[in-house]
Design a protein around this ligand. Structure first.
Ligand SMILES: N[C@@H](CCC[C@H](N)C(=O)O)C(=O)O
Length: 295
């Protein structure tokens, strides 16, 4: 199976064309392909270009746990770069349909920088979704594993829980992220960001992704966290988001429509051997059969 691999600030994706799939992706095959020991290894799969009734290109986004994500900011920048590399787009803006809505992308910097109009950041509980009465989910309290947090929730097509933190760290994301991801307040699970506001134009986040665990960067997380900082009045409309993998620029218009700009790096093209997915048909085949050396 042919694939292309890219990363966006260390958030890595495999792009697979639908016609290159030997058979339809399943939750199990996605988990195996994304596995860093048993497969190719990635933070997700981008399946496209797919036909679209409303946009120039369609895209499906899968998490390494096999679930489908409505949107991915880094995934969209990577997909835009892939379309550029395949000479399916040039400098002009183009549209992509995702399960989380339509976006407009534009490739610049000879393919190395991509801008995506991500759509509006919304804070209403029914859209995200967050359980309880309809409301904007801003500055609520959450008690998790003996710690108390103030959080806000947002959607950019996919759900996010932005936890306000004095000192976001990978350890904090690893400890509390998995618990918040599956907290009953979030019926569709949630991506989680631990956010510190640095100044009027910059924030720092650590990320725990729904279905992908800890990642070095996330475009939709950056957009959601920047949206929260702007909505709370802590930041202006132009925000640089600092993450362990690097920085993204997020700009908001007066309606909270977000434009994200950031880099993409090509890693490789390759072929995945059919053998790698054989165990799906015969789970015992992954265990090496050896002679019994005991007398
Ligand atoms: N890495 C992504 C987000 C991918 C989807 C996410 N895990 C979800 O389930 O919503 C990004 O850059 O936005």
């Amino acid at each position: 199976m042919h694939y292309s691999k890219y990363h966006a600030l260390g958030n890595d994706y495999l792009v697979i064309r639908p016609e290159d799939l030997p058979e339809e992706l399943t939750s199990e095959s996605i988990q195996r392909i994304c596995h860093r020991n048993y497969g190719l290894g990635s933070d997700g799969i981008l399946l496209g270009p797919l036909p679209s009734g409303s946009c120039q290109f369609g895209l499906k986004i899968f998490n390494p746990d096999g679930s489908e994500a409505e949107k991915s900011g880094n995934g969209l920048r990577i997909f835009a770069r892939f379309l550029w590399d395949e000479q399916l787009v040039a400098q002009e803006p183009f549209t992509v349909e995702t399960a989380g809505g339509m976006v407009t992308c534009q490739v610049g910097g000879a393919g190395k920088s991509v801008q995506v109009e991500m759509g509006k950041v919304r804070f209403d509980s029914e859209a995200i979704p967050v359980s309880g009465p309809p409301r904007e989910v801003l500055n609520e309290k959450m008690e998790i594993d003996g710690a108390t947090f103030k959080f806000c929730a947002a959607t950019v097509g996919n759900p996010h829980c932005v936890v306000l933190s004095e000192a976001p760290s990978a350890a904090q994301a690893h400890r509390f992220g998995p618990l918040i991801e599956v907290d009953s307040r979030f019926p569709a699970r949630t991506n989680v960001q631990f956010m510190r506001v640095i100044d009027r134009n910059s924030i720092r986040i650590e990320i725990w992704e729904r279905g992908a665990e800890y990642t070095l960067a996330s475009g939709s997380s950056s957009t959601a966290a920047a949206g929260v900082a702007h909505r709370l009045g802590l930041c202006d409309s132009k925000i640089t988001v600092h993450m362990p993998g690097g920085q993204l620029a997020i700009d908001f218009d007066a309606d909270f429509a977000a434009t994200m700009t950031g880099p993409v790096t090509k890693v490789s093209n390759g072929e995945m051997a059919a053998e790698c997915l054989e165990w799906l048909a015969n789970p015992d085949s992954q265990f090496l059969v050896v002679e019994d050396h005991n007398p």
